[in-house]
Structure formats: structure tokens, C-alpha cells
Ligand binder design. Structure first.
Ligand code: NDP
Length: 255
């Protein structure tokens, strides 16, 4: 029990954006299993309610809010509503994401560029700002941003996505430096190729097998395989870890 208490999130409150599907759902459930109260936000109310039921079945306080993170004016109110219901948020996971596979900057529609940057980068900044302001008052907290292999490598398929995911890493480091004196740790997780709704379109394309061939583990990852790293970064065990990006990629970026 002595060691596991390092990772115990009892008494903590977490907000997971895009917590109703894929990686966000797996992280939300992982944090709940570790004892945290969990709020999820997403646009699709049916998916929200399905994951809310799963969270409640774990036996922790939970809530789901219908929020589009690209609607800037709604974010502070949503954050306050969660704090009113569950208590001060100690853990923010900026996971909500979209990608537009334009095929390159020559093809990419500027409106698609804006949509991706709004969800994948601007919303991360805005929610982190709201969270950090509150965490400052509450003695600290954890912010976890979801990066990508495209935080490291370029992509001709999704240039806006890659630009946002690269920027997230620098934003993570910048916030880590700024907020460390206030006991707020800011880190990123960079998933490799993970089987979710977002990547379902690739299943019947050559990219699916290419990812397997390039990944030393020889397979795609499952969303649940991100949960442990999120629990670690949310926990006391990571109180001296900040500005880091942890790859969970089956070795993809190593070779
Ligand atoms: P999914 O498409 O399965 O999930 C995306 C989630 O984001 C959904 O819960 C969706 O909910 C939510 N979301 C999207 N847009 C918005 C919005 N405007 N406001 C609020 N919520 C939103 O994708 P993944 O689980 O694969 O992706 C999760 C994160 O992981 C993303 O940031 C993605 O870029 C990243 N990632 C994924 C990888 C993979 O291989 N799958 C690899 C590397 C990174 P709703 O539709 O209800 O709004």
C-alpha cells in the first residue's frame, strides 16, 4: 500500500476534455479508477452520457458537460460549473482534438486550418489559463496536454494538426517554467498510433500497415494504454516532473 499511495488520486478532481471517446475516455476512466472525481466535456451528449455512466459505475463523483472547446466564451462558465459541483479542479487533461487530413498545405483550406488550430491549440491555451488561474489560488495542480508523433515529426497529410501538436510541446514547456514556482506541473503525453474513432479512417489504407511496420512493438496501441501515464503525471509521484513529454508509442519515435 505504501507504494501505491504515490499514485492514489483520492480527493482529487480531474477535468478531461474530449473525455467521451477514444483516448480521453480511457484517461478519464483511469483517473477515476485511481480515485479521482472526474468531469468530462465533449460536444456529443449521447457519448457524454455513456461515459458518465461508466464513471459513475466506478463509484466516484462524476459529471459530463456538453461543451465545444472552440466556443471560447463558454469555457470559463463550464469550468466554474464543474468546480461548483465537484470542487476545485486539481488535474486538467487537454485531450479534445480533431484532425483534417487535407493532404498538405497546397490543398488545405484556411478555414480547416483555423478549426484545427482552435481546438488543438487555442483551446488548450485558454483552458490552461483558466485552470492555472484557479490552481494558483488552490496551492497547485497538474496540467496534461496530449501531443502526438506529429509533435516530433512532420506530416504532409495533416499540416495544421502537426503545427498544433508541435506548438503544444512548446506551450507545455513554457507553462511548466512559468508555473513551477506555484506548484503547478505541466506535462505532455505523445501517443503513437492508437486505435480510436479519429484513426478509424486509416484502418483500410496502407498507412495502417506502415504504422505497424514502423513501430518496434509491431502493433497499434489501444486507448487504455495511455491511462497509466496520465495517472502517473496526475499523481504525487510526478510532483517534481514538469515540462516533460512522455511518448507512449511502442517505440515509434526511437528509430
Ligand atoms: P477521438 O476522435 O476518438 O476523440 C476525440 C475527442 O475529442 C472526442 O471525445 C470528441 O468529442 C472531442 N472533441 C473534438 N472536438 C471537440 C470540441 N470542439 N469540443 C469538445 N470536445 C471535442 O480521437 P482520439 O481519442 O484518437 O484523440 C484524442 C486526442 O489524442 C486528440 O488530441 C488527438 O489529436 C490525440 N492523438 C491521437 C492519436 C491516435 O492515434 N488516435 C495519436 C496522437 C494523438 P465530441 O465529438 O463529442 O466533441
Amino acid at each position: 500500500m505504501k507504494n501505491s499511495s504515490l499514485f492514489d488520486l483520492s480527493g482529487r478532481v480531474a477535468l478531461v476534455t474530449g473525455g467521451n471517446g477514444g483516448i480521453g475516455r480511457a484517461i478519464a476512466l483511469g483517473l477515476a479508477e485511481a480515485g479521482a472525481a472526474v468531469a468530462i466535456i465533449g460536444r456529443n451528449e449521447e457519448k457524454n452520457q455513456n461515459v458518465l455512466a461508466e464513471l459513475q459505475a466506478i463509484g466516484i463523483p462524476a459529471m459530463a458537460l456538453k461543451v465545444d472547446v472552440s466556443e471560447r466564451d463558454t469555457l470559463a462558465e463550464a469550468y466554474a460549473e464543474i468546480e461548483a459541483q465537484l470542487g476545485s479542479i486539481n488535474i486538467l487533461v487537454n485531450n479534445a482534438g480533431i484532425g483534417v487530413p487535407s493532404g498538405g498545405v497546397l490543398q488545405e483550406d484556411p478555414e480547416d486550418w483555423d478549426r484545427v488550430i482552435e481546438v488543438q491549440l487555442n483551446a488548450v491555451f485558454l483552458l490552461s489559463k483558466i485552470a492555472a488561474t484557479a490552481m494558483l489560488e488552490n496551492g497547485g495542480g497538474k496540467i496534461i496536454n496530449i501531443g502526438s508523433m506529429y509533435s516530433i515529426f512532420g506530416s504532409k497529410l495533416v499540416p495544421s494538426y502537426s503545427a498544433a501538436k508541435g506548438a503544444i510541446v512548446q506551450l507545455t514547456k513554457s507553462m511548466a517554467v512559468e508555473l513551477a514556482p506555484h506548484n503547478i506541473q505541466v506535462n505532455a503525453i505523445a501517443p503513437g498510433w492508437i486505435e480510436t474513432d479519429m484513426t478509424a479512417v486509416l484502418r483500410d489504407t496502407p498507412m495502417y500497415g506502415e504504422a505497424v511496420a514502423r513501430t518496434p512493438a509491431g502493433r497499434w496501441g489501444q486507448p487504455e494504454e495511455l491511462a497509466g501515464t496520465a495517472v502517473f503525471l496526475s499523481s504525487k509521484a510526478a510532483d517534481f516532473v514538469t515540462g516533460e513529454m512522455i511518448r507512449v508509442d511502442g517505440g515509434y519515435a526511437v528509430q
